[in-house]
Ligand binder design. Structure first.
Ligand code: PRT
Ligand code: ZN
Length: 292
């Protein structure tokens, strides 16, 4: 029987969330001694734990069927391999958010990237940076560094940098100013483009449906409450991300019970607003699994 091989980051910012996501899909693994290959016990999905940069390459080379990696890395490798759209993004996963930005020394009088024409840009993302700046009509000299990109301007080895930013702390600590965001990124599930044998395709679809369920469930809350019958419309409007709530009469009362899955975050403000239109006994519960 066919098995799927999924590549995830071995150790780094995406590792824990990637593994949790797969475990929440009901996958369990027997770990190998070298910890690089984990055998899927009940579901025919095995894991390969590698450096994130290798994930798109393993997909393109046919070593793995699926991979979880930042869109930044997937795009960089596709450009590096000159395969344009060689990978298919199956699902953005909602974690690992960051952006690739051009940053310049705080004291430099630069207001947009067009002023970087002919300048030297340090980056760990040479292909993506060159491509995105050229799209804006700016030709630069790319200086590739594998790490510590943020210190290049103060060392005098570059005029600007193109680096990933999440909170901006690293830029500020190095007296750099974010000039322009050139690429938005998050972790995503990728496969290789092209024909996939039928049995593997079926497995992928099963896994994707579970993944969708896990992602939706993590965003959803199950809300139960009692309310006056005439407040039904107002209550439905106040429940975030709800279209069709279940409505049940309460014996011997003119109030009704309303149950609904909220597809968006439920805050205290929502509960206070519900109470103000007459709702009582409001319960908000987590949703563990969901399959549409
Ligand atoms: O060893 P391996 O090659 O697998 O890991 P790695 O060191 O190359 O990658 P890792 O674990 O650091 O990042 C994995 C992925 O997480 C990246 O490819 C991005 O998709 C995503 N990600 C999310 C980030 C960040 N946020 C991030 N802030 N990757 C890197 N950073 C770095 C950035 O390069 C800069 O040095 O954090 C610094 C900036 O952070 P702030 O918060 O100071 O702005
Ligand atoms: Zn890496």
């Amino acid at each position: 029987m066919s098995r799927l091989r999924v590549a995830i980051q071995k150790s780094g910012r995406l590792s824990e969330r990637s593994l949790d996501l797969l475990k929440n899909c009901g996958l369990q693994f027997a770990r190998s001694k070298d910890k690089l290959f984990w055998y899927g016990k009940d579901f025919p999905v095995d894991l390969l734990l590698v450096r994130d940069d290798d994930i798109p390459r393993l997909l393109l080379d046919g070593v793995c069927d699926l991979g979880i990696v930042g869109e930044n890395i997937a795009s960089e490798v596709m450009l590096e391999r000159n395969v344009g759209d060689g990978l298919r993004c199956l699902r953005k996963l909602g974690f690992g958010h960051c952006h690739l930005s051009i940053a310049v020394p705080e004291d430099k009088d630069i207001i947009d990237s067009s002023q970087l024409e002919g300048k030297r840009i340090a980056t760990s993302y040479p292909e993506l940076t060159r491509y995105l700046l050229e799209e804006k009509g700016v030709k630069t000299e790319i200086f590739e560094l594998s790490g510590s990109v943020e210190i290049a301007p103060s060392l005098g080895t570059a005029d600007a940098i193109s680096d990933l930013v999440s909170t901006g702390t690293t830029l500020r600590a190095n007296h750099l100013r974010e000039l322009e965001v050139i690429f938005e990124s998050q972790a995503a599930l990728y496969s290789r483009k092209g024909e996939i044998p039928g049995d593997k395709q079926q497995l992928m679809e099963r896994l994707l449906a579970r993944l969708e369920g896990v992602i939706q469930a993590s965003k959803s809350k199950y809300v139960m409450l009692h309310a006056p019958r005439e407040a039904l419309e107002k209550v439905t409007e106040l429940l975030p991300g709800v279209e069709h709530p279940s409505i049940m009469p309460l014996e011997g009362s003119d109030r009704i019970a309303i149950h609904a899955v909220c597809g968006e975050a439920v805050f205290w403000e929502h509960l206070e607003a519900l109470k103000a239109v007459g709702a009582s006994a409001i319960l908000v519960l987590p949703v563990e699994k969901m399959l549409s």
